[in-house]
Design a protein around this ligand. Sequence first.
Ligand SMILES: Cc1cc2nc3c(=O)[nH]c(=O)nc-3n(C[C@H](O)[C@H](O)[C@H](O)COP(=O)(O)O)c2cc1C
Length: 447
Amino acid sequence: MAEHESFNFKSRDELASKIKALGLSLSLSDNISVLFQKFDFSGRTIPNRLAVHPMEGFDSQPDGSPGELAFRRYGRFASGGSGLIWFEAVSVVPEGRSNPHQMWLQDKNIASFSRLVEHTRQTARKTIGSGHEPYLVIQLTHSGRYSQPDGQLVPRAAAYNPYLDKDKEGIYILTDEELASVQDKFVSTARLAWKAGFDAVDIKACHGYLVNDLLAAFERKNSRYGGDFENRTRFLIETVERIRAEVPALSVAVRLSLWDAVPYPYGFGADRWNSKQPDLDEPRRLIQKLSTSGCRLINVSMGNPYRDPSIGRPFDRPLPGSPEPEEYPLESMSRLINNTAVLQNEFPQIPFVGTGYSWLQQFWPYLGAGVVSTDKAHFIGLGRSSFAYPDAPRDLMENQKLSQSKVCIACSRCTELMRRGGPTGCVIRDKEIYAREYKKSVNSSYK
Ligand SMILES: Cc1cc2nc3c(=O)[nH]c(=O)nc-3n(C[C@H](O)[C@H](O)[C@H](O)COP(=O)(O)O)c2cc1C
């Protein structure tokens, strides 16, 4: 493990030398054009291999409808040219919202979600061309132990977890009956998503939220949703099967944490003997089951951002008051990229969206091209970079390179905004809105 350092590469060659010096298996390619290859998928053609990752904006109306800033955000993503736009975490029940301004899709606000879908499609056609039809996935979630429906934490968990919970007393453990009713909500909300015009729904199973928590519920006793592998994966598998059966025109995707980076028996994908590394045995068995159940697309992540955000989103500057990461950001990226590659290789029938590229600033396209050209993942997902530089795909298409003055600098200010409950976006590159919000958030919490 090398010590953490900030990004300091002036050229692609300097980056290549560092990768070599660290002995990492990450190959760069100059053949950027592979990122613009079309991809035939579920009867559709996805225009290119670049994906906007789901990124919560926390700017909805009180009833969960997308607010003005959400229309602005998805308009920016659409005009940026990404082939796949993965809409942020949208709650299926009010008590499972992670913030009072997290989107929540329900019967009575479906019209506003339809307008957001239409706005996204129209903007993409208008700016990129009439044939440009990005594939639109919406992420459905229940925030579980991180639920803050009114701005205060009201945890609802699958099981007590000593690595994530302060004490047992503050944690409400959902009963099997309550979980069954949450599953009904995932299914009925998926139907609404289809009616609103989305191409696919994602059942969010990462970052410690409820479905991820269930995957790691080794210590949930006397329950059909805890203990052995069958039980822990039951909620997710049944949800996928039910959506496929009840809303057959809708594709189903999963954002999956391959490794929670929480020690066994309290984290999914944990190596029983070495808490510092993943064990892909259970993720592999789960993906096999997901494939059989009809899941068609997987977006990979790792780590719990409330415990160690550097695992899933390598950064330069930690959140105020948080320690520097233990490892060099390229090492975290390598773990994300190479474990994804192992599974993409074993499941070629399911396209994977890779994660962890934003830290590379203007050089991520070279690593992305190296990954796509060797089938280590079929799509390259960008999170913080999409906030900072939504039109990176278009710039890349037109100029074959990115502008250094527009890239994400992995400063964690978007996460700071999120943690304080404010609307999230790029404080540095999208100053007009978010520098102002950042100032506001420093002076007074939004909660
Ligand atoms: C402000 C913020 C909001 C996020 N919201 C979501 C979300 O709604 N759903 C999700 O799966 N991941 C979410 N993530 C994680 C990103 O999708 C992505 O996995 C992470 O930022 C790493 O990718 P990057 O290095 O390209 O930023 C969020 C991350 C940040 C910083």
